[in-house]
Design a protein around this ligand. Structure first.
Ligand code: S3P
Length: 165
């Protein structure tokens, strides 16, 4: 089985994903790191030199590469299209949901190296979130709702394991 974690930037997909992989004895892949390693460039550089469209192509190729893998936890980037993973009984798609207020607080703390967050206003982030949220919801097999919660990544991981089983 593979578990794909989706959700907006800053919700904790990579942190929770790494804990989850350890608990389950699965491998872990962060699609952003996978793309950076394959492209030989950091994400801001890909956005700058090739554009966001090209980055989405890299994401699409990544989905094709990982579709038939096994025993992986995959932390997907916030704009990752999960369609290639849908309707596959060996893949569970988990939407990690948080309220937009806490996401904005986190993303505004400092520069994060995310071209779709750094230098963006709260309104722009809210607008992007509103556009994406229906896709996160409808794409998911499981929703891990961490809205308005101070839960630790370890406890969030435990809750997720109980939802998966
Ligand atoms: C993006 C989210 C990032 C990364 C890229 C674009 C987005 O991933 O893929 O900077 O458009 O939401 P994280 O959600 O892991 O930060």
């Amino acid at each position: 089985m593979n578990i794909v974690l989706t959700g907006f930037m800053g919700v904790g997909k990579s942190t929770i994903g790494q804990l989850l992989a350890k608990e389950l004895g699965y491998g872990f892949i962060d699609t952003d790191i996978y793309i950076e390693e394959n492209a030989g460039k950091k994400i801001p550089e890909i956005f700058e030199t090739e554009g966001e469209e090209a980055f989405r192509e890299y994401e699409w190729e990544t989905a094709q590469d990982l579709r038939f893998a096994d025993n992986l936890v995959i932390a997907a980037g916030g704009g990752f299209e999960v369609k290639p993973f849908k309707n596959d009984e060996h893949i569970k798609i988990v939407y990690i949901k948080r309220d937009i207020g806490s996401i904005i607080r986190k993303l505004s703390e400092r520069e994060t190296g995310r071209p779709n967050a750094d230098g963006k206003s709260q309104e722009e982030l809210m607008e992007l979130f509103r556009r994406r949220e229906p896709g996160y919801e409808s794409g998911a097999d499981i929703v891990l709702d961490l809205s308005n919660s101070e839960i630790s990544p370890e406890d969030a991981c435990k809750n997720l394991i109980s939802l998966i089983k």
